[in-house]
Design a protein around this ligand. Structure first.
Ligand SMILES: Cc1cc2nc3c(=O)[nH]c(=O)nc-3n(C[C@H](O)[C@H](O)[C@H](O)COP(=O)(O)OP(=O)(O)OC[C@H]3O[C@@H](n4cnc5c(N)ncnc54)[C@H](O)[C@@H]3O)c2cc1C
Length: 392
C-alpha cells in the first residue's frame, strides 16, 4: 500500500489541526447537551468540506475517495457527529454526480459544494429499513410534477438539511419491485414535514428525524437521471461510498479511544507500576492496534478500488463489517482500561463507546453485509480463492 501522497498529507493535516483546535475543546459538552454545532458547520463550509468529493467543475474540492476516507477518520477522532452532517450530504452529491442529468448537476452540485443546499438520503421508513424494495412512499405523476405521499424515518440532517434524495415507488406493480423505485431531488416545501427529532443513545448533536410527505409536489425535472425505475441501482452506487465512509468513521472513533487508552496506560499506576506494564492490559492494547491497522488497510483498499473506477461493493462491505465490529471492541476495551473512570462522563471514552454501535447498523446492518459478501463470493469467486482472483 503506497504511503500518503503529499497532497493527501496536506489535506489530512489541515483537518487534524481544525479538529485539534476547534472540535476537541467543544465536542464533549455539545454532544452531552445534544447541541447542533452551528459554528462548526460554518467552519466546515469554509474548509470546503461540503464539496469534498464534488468535481471541480461544479465548485467542489474533487478529492478522491481515499483522501475523503482519511479526512473522515480525522474528523471522527474528534467528534463523529460532524461526519454525519457531511456524509449523507455527500452520498447524495455523489448520487447526483454519477446519475443526475446535466441540468441537475449544474443546478444542484455548486449549491451543495458551498453548503447552501444541505443534503440527506431518505430511504428508511417506519415499516422497512434493510428491505429497501418494500418501501411504501409513493410518487404519482401529475402533469409536470410528481405528488409524493408517505413517511421516512431515522433521516440524518432531516431538520437542518433542505434538499434530499427522496427514495420512492413510482410503480407499485413492478416485478421485481426494485424496478419500480425512483429517486427525486426533494427540496423542503409545502407537504414536506419534519415530524420529530428522534432521541438517540449516542451520535448526539446531529439531527435524526421522522419525516412525512403529504401531497408533496416535486417537479418532474427532479427525477434523478430523468428516468423512472432506476432508483434502486442509484442507491447501490451511493451505498458503496457510504460504507467506505462508515468504515472510516469507525477508524476515527477507534483511534481516539485507543489513543486515550494508551495515554491512560502510561499514567495510571496500580500495584506500583503503570497499568500498561500489566500483561492483560498489554494484550488489549496489542489487539486494538492490530485490528485498527487491519481495518485501515481494508478501508484504503476499498477506496483505492473505487478511485480506479472499479466496483468495490464486496470490499466496501467487508471494510464496513470488519471496522464496525473492531470499533465496538476497541471502545469497550478502552473503557475497561480506564477502569471506573471510563464509565463516567468526565472522560471521552464513554462517548466513543456510545457512538460505536451505530456503525454496525447504518448503511446496511452487519447481518446484511454478511449476506452480500457471501453472495458475491459464491457468484463472482466460485473457487473461493478470492484473494488470488483479485490479484492480492
Ligand atoms: C442514527 C441513525 C441515522 C440514520 N440515518 C439514516 C439516513 O440518513 N437515511 C436513511 O435512509 N436511513 C438512516 N438510518 C436508518 C438505517 O439505515 C436503518 O436503521 C438500517 O438500514 C436498518 O434498518 P431497520 O432499522 O429498519 O432494521 P430492520 O431492517 O428492521 O432489521 C432489524 C434486524 O433484522 C436484521 N435483518 C433484517 N433483514 C435480515 C435478513 N435478510 N437476514 C438476517 N438479518 C436480517 C437486521 O440486521 C437487524 O438486526 C439511520 C439510522 C440511525 C440509527
Amino acid at each position: 500500500m503506497a504511503p500518503m501522497s503529499e497532497a493527501q498529507r496536506g489535506m489530512v493535516n489541515t483537518i487534524r489541526e481544525f479538529v485539534r483546535r476547534e472540535v476537541n475543546p467543544v465536542a464533549q459538552h455539545m454532544e452531552h447537551d445534544d447541541e447542533y454545532p452551528v459554528e462548526l458547520v460554518e467552519r466546515m463550509k469554509e474548509l470546503g468540506l461540503f464539496g469534498a468529493i464534488i468535481p471541480e467543475e461544479y465548485g467542489g474540492l474533487a478529492l478522491d475517495v481515499s483522501t475523503y476516507a482519511l479526512i473522515i477518520e480525522e474528523i471522527c477522532r474528534g467528534w463523529m457527529s460532524l461526519s454525519g452532517i457531511l456524509n449523507s450530504h455527500l452520498i447524495m452529491a455523489y448520487m447526483v454526480t454519477t446519475n443526475g442529468t446535466e441540468e441537475q448537476k449544474e443546478h444542484y452540485l455548486p449549491l451543495m459544494a458551498t453548503g447552501e443546499k444541505r443534503g440527506g438520503i431518505c430511504i428508511t421508513e417506519p415499516n422497512t429499513g434493510s428491505d429497501v424494495q418494500a418501501i411504501e412512499t409513493r410518487a404519482m405523476r401529475d402533469g409536470d410534477d410528481y405528488v409524493v405521499n408517505g413517511s421516512k424515518s431515522l433521516i440524518t440532517n432531516g431538520r437542518h438539511g433542505n434538499t434530499f434524495a427522496l427514495v420512492t415507488k413510482t410503480d407499485i406493480n413492478a416485478d421485481p419491485p426494485r424496478r419500480g423505485i425512483s429517486i427525486f431531488i426533494a427540496e423542503k416545501g409545502p407537504g414536506f414535514n419534519v415530524v420529530r427529532d428522534i432521541p438517540k443513545l449516542g451520535y448526539k448533536g446531529v439531527d435524526t428525524c421522522e419525516l412525512s410527505f403529504e401531497d408533496y409536489r416535486v417537479p418532474g425535472g427532479n427525477l434523478v437521471g430523468g428516468e423512472e425505475g432506476k432508483g434502486f441501482y442509484q442507491i447501490l452506487s451511493g451505498l458503496e461510498l457510504g460504507r467506505i465512509n462508515v468504515a472510516a468513521r469507525c477508524l476515527g472513533v477507534a483511534r481516539a479511544a485507543m489513543e486515550e487508552a494508551v495515554n491512560y496506560a502510561h499514567h495510571r499506576k496500580t500495584f506500583g507500576k503503570p497499568i500498561g506494564e500489566h500483561q492483560s492490559i498489554q494484550i488489549m492494547l496489542a489487539n486494538m492496534a492490530t485490528n485498527i491497522q487491519a481495518a485501515h488497510l481494508m478501508v484504503l483498499h476499498a477506496a483505492d478500488k473505487k478511485d480506479r473506477g472499479e466496483r468495490a461493493d464486496m470490499e466496501a462491505g467487508m471494510a464496513k463489517l470488519f471496522a464496525s465490529e473492531m470499533c465496538m471492541q476497541v471502545t469497550i476495551d478502552a473503557m475497561r482500561i480506564h477502569g471506573g473512570y471510563g464509565y463516567t462522563q468526565d472522560l471521552t471514552v464513554e462517548r466513543h463507546f456510545r457512538d460505536a454501535p451505530l456503525m454496525m447498523i447504518g448503511e446496511g446492518t452487519n447481518e446484511i453485509q454478511r449476506i452480500l459478501i457471501a453472495r458475491h463470493l459464491m457468484k463472482d469467486f466460485s473457487s473461493g480463492d478470492f484473494l488470488y482472483e483479485l490479484g492480492l
